[in-house]
Design a protein around this ligand. Structure first.
Ligand code: FAD
Length: 465
């Protein structure tokens, strides 16, 4: 473990430096996934871009490992690392909306709830994910798949510029006309290229002044094969104002679910309609008229209510284990596997989700940004979740067994933000299809010594053997 004069760093920071002997250390090093337990050498709660520059230069001067923490949601816990200096951006969470420009500037440590709070005041949103507590930094830099993707693209498709502290401690702004290669790589290449201190996103008007129509429709688990076949045919025919992801889950034992459904394993579709409300009945008619749902919970609601629907169910501090892949189709063979492992859901929070990556996402060419899987289809994720560490082996084994049987039906690679740490270089390469070699060349230009390697690491081209 490298040692360093951390008192000097602390004195130079506008923000706070937390060391292992400090009372807030355990709280500061904790990440969302409680399966991860890392003990960094120091945590710098940066207040501004200058603090980030100071940390990068200090880290380089003292040969320290550098970890970068945005929202702390990464499944593999890549925002903190043993013996590293953690550049913690969580205090950099300002947002500024320009309503006339339809943009929002977002601090590098914001979570999506911060952004929705700011933009919805103006009836707008920018594409994010499905959960409000996820960090903007990690989610965006990996791509950003969410409820608005079908209509408006990924988060990266709406990124207009990024302020970045590079590995040499310099500060640049990357956009379509400046540092174009860096801007290309940031749009999917993760935290490999520098620390993004600020993002500028394009916003869109949604629903009726930010009120959308959405919520869950639940079907009996045994109906999964029929529901999945219907859904895979229906989705491409729907207008892009309507999106819906499909999953397998257990009904939470709490309102708004009726007690008769509590604890029941179900097939779920979460719908989100963002178009004009006077067209909603027509657009939602095929959804409302299909099959024999156990519950149809489609209602008008502010967009941020839908985005935070899972927050209470999924607080920080649970055990998580993920396995993921992209799927160009939901094949009959895959449906058999889904039903088998849906029946075996190991805990009440464990789940499987398939998120659409079609519509506006597919209209962007695969090589236009680092995010490559744009042929239509779904980003799938199998997630074992439970509060009790004693259940960690069970949720891990279930997710692995499920993935092992499903993988042959996939498109080959996974969404980089759904990888655990340590899945290996082949899985990282597979996440980028033909874009990996260009990413390695951009990495060689902006971070030739691989300073930023606590991430799904893209090795600089010069280091690739
Ligand atoms: P962190 O753990 O803080 O960071 C993750 C990685 O990104 C690290 O390598 C870190 O160094 C890097 N990083 C973070 N911020 C910056 C920055 N500003 N500059 C440079 N590098 C940075 N993904 C989706 O696309 N859509 C979803 O709907 C979605 N839902 C999720 C729901 C939950 C409950 C969870 C746990 C995850 C979800 N994800 C989703 C996955 C999510 O995108 C990744 O976990 C992502 O890494 C989280 O980003 P973070 O900033 O919170 O994580």
């Amino acid at each position: 473990m490298a040692t360093a004069p951390y008192q000097e760093l602390g004195a130079d920071l506008h923000g706070e430096l937390i060391l292992p002997e400090d009372p807030g250390y355990d709280q500061a090093r904790a990440v969302y996934n409680a399966m991860i337990d890392k003990r960094p050498a120091a945590i710098a709660r940066c207040r501004d871009a200058v603090d980030v520059v100071t940390c990068v230069r200090f880290g380089r001067a003292h040969d320290l490992e550098l970890a970068v923490r945005g929202g702390g949601h990464n499944a593999g816990g890549l925002g903190v690392w043993d013996d590293a200096l953690v550049i913690d951006l969580s205090r950099m969470c300002d947002t500024t909306v320009e309503p006339d420009e339809q943009t929002v500037r977002v601090g590098g440590g914001c979570v999506w709830g911060d952004v929705d709070h700011a933009t919805l005041e103006f009836g707008m949103a920018t594409p994010s994910g499905f959960v409000s507590t996820t960090g903007v930094g990690g989610l965006t830099l990996g791509g950003g798949i969410g409820n608005l993707s079908r209509r408006f693209g990924l988060s990266v498709d709406n990124l207009l510029s990024a302020d970045v502290v590079l590995a040499d401690g310099s500060f640049v702004t990357a956009d379509a006309t400046s540092h174009e290669d860096l801007f290309w790589a940031l749009r999917g290449g993760g935290g490999n290229f520098g620390v993004v201190t600020s993002f500028l996103f394009r916003c869109h008007e949604i629903g009726e002044h930010g009120t959308i129509i959405g919520g869950p429709v639940l079907y009996a688990l045994e109906d999964t094969p029929d529901v999945m076949r219907w859904y895979r045919e229906l989705l491409p025919s729907l207008p892009e104002t309507l999106s819906g992801w499909i999953g397998l889950t257990t009904v939470a034992p709490a309102p708004p679910f009726p007690e008769s459904l509590w604890g029941r394993k179900v097939c779920l579709i979460m719908w989100c309609y963002t178009g004009p409300h006077d067209q909603a009945d027509e657009v939602l008619e095929p959804v409302r008229s299909y099959g024999s749902p156990l519950l149809t919970g489609l209602h008008p609601m502010p967009f941020d209510v839908l985005q935070s629907a899972f927050d209470a169910l999924l607080p920080a501090g649970l055990q998580w284990y993920w396995k993921a892949d992209f799927f160009e189709e939901i094949s009959d063979a895959a449906i058999d596997v889904h039903l088998k492992y849906g029946e075996l859901l190991p805990t009440s929070l464990s789940t499987m989700h398939l998120y659409p990556i079609d519509g506006a996402v597919s209209r962007v060419p695969s090589d236009a940004t680092a995010f490559a899987y744009r042929n239509g289809g779904w980003a799938g994720v199998i997630v074992g979740i439970d509060p009790d560490p004693a259940n960690a082996p069970a949720i891990t084994q279930w997710a692995r067994a499920y993935w092992n049987e499903l993988h042959s039906t996939s498109a080959g690679g996974a969404y980089v933000n759904f990888l655990m740490s340590g899945e290996g270089q082949d899985r990282i390469r597979a996440a980028y299809l033909g874009n990996y070699d260009r990413l390695a060349r951009v990495k060689a230009r902006y971070d030739p010594e691989n300073v930023f390697h606590i991430n799904q690491n893209i090795r600089p081209a010069s280091l690739v053997s």
